[in-house]
Design a protein around this ligand. Sequence first.
Ligand code: PEP
Length: 256
Amino acid sequence: MAVAIKKWVIGNWKLQGSQVFNKELVEGIRASLPALDNRVGMSVCPVFPYLIQLADLLAGSSMVLGAQTLSEHAKGAYTGEVAGPMLKDVGVALVLVGHSERRAYQGESNELIGKKVRAALDAGLLPVLCIGETKQERDAGETRSVLTGQLDAVLSLLDLAKEDMVIAYEPRWAIGTGVSASPEMIAEVHGFLRSYLIGKAAAFGARTPLLYGGSMNGSNADSIAAIKDVDGGLIGSAALKADEFVAIYQAVLACA
Ligand code: PEP
């Protein structure tokens, strides 16, 4: 799937929601934003059991249905797993891969994450690759090497002339803490990522959306969205409140 949309606001609902909560949230978002601007995509990523409910709730809207992870396998004897073609079958178009909570709690390695990105592309899904350093790695001056290690494990499996993904830079220490990275840190890392990707393949590097994630909310979205090479956000807690999520969308749109 080619990245036709350059900017994104994506909500990662994590292990949260219920049929009643999901309906109220989506209806709240749609009431405030009856139509999306085609320069900025919006997506929500609920847990697997609610995907079919969300596919119904999103009918008639250009909001994109996303999933939080997928199996590296397309089918087979892998109890408890969910495959890319199955996600596609129920209306999913985009999938998060390598979120730091999966790296930390499910032990997902760079190698496995590469296989999952490959599986997503093979199923016709747009992968949103999440990368980011820990506080210790940042303090040790290892941010760039950690990020390039996470990227290289995936880029080597893609045909950069033809295939696309979205990349979300999410410093682990900023996720769910209420403290986002500073605009200077974000600008420095996003500028580095852009140059690194352009060095790998110029057109791919220029067109790949680079999202920021980590305590982005309705109050700091204006300043984060305005940073060069920030193409939107991957949002956790603030994605569970319609007014916050819409405010973030509007902040990204104002910079489109
Ligand atoms: C996330 O989980 O991807 C995230 C960015 O969470 P939060 O916005 O809550 O920091």
